[in-house]
Design a protein around this ligand. Structure first.
Ligand SMILES: [Zn+2]
Ligand SMILES: [Zn+2]
Length: 111
């Protein structure tokens, strides 16, 4: 059935049609296009420069006292709420964690 001549790639061991294969650097071994590209990075297609989806490099914060939500540059240290100037500020990631804890332990934190 398979009349097409296939040869084993000397690098990855898979079989490929001989017409798609290339000689490796030594010129002795036939390897497949993929392995050839890997051995010759300069001939490989340049990786597409995909820009990651625009991410705002910010941390989201909230004030535990007044509930004011705000964002600051990622990594910035926020010690006070810009609204009420209270020091009980936390990142909103923590808010999720905190609310989970609250739900699972109703009534235990009696302020
Ligand atoms: Zn190969
Ligand atoms: Zn506040």
């Amino acid at each position: 059935m398979d009349a097409e001549l296939k040869l084993k790639c000397n690098s990855c061991g898979n079989r490929f049609r001989v017409m798609t294969m290339k000689y490796d650097k030594t010129g002795k071994n036939l390897i497949c296009e993929d392995c050839y590209a890997r051995q010759n990075p300069q001939t490989a297609r340049p990786a597409p420069t995909v820009k990651p989806a625009e991410q705002k490099e910010v941390d989201k914060w909230y004030c535990k006292k007044c509930g004011y939500k705000f964002s600051r540059k990622k990594g910035a240290v926020v010690s006070r709420c810009p609204y009420c100037n209270n020091a009980m500020v936390a990142k909103q990631e923590d808010l999720h964690a905190a609310s989970l804890v609250d739900q699972s332990s109703d009534g235990r934190f009696d302020f």
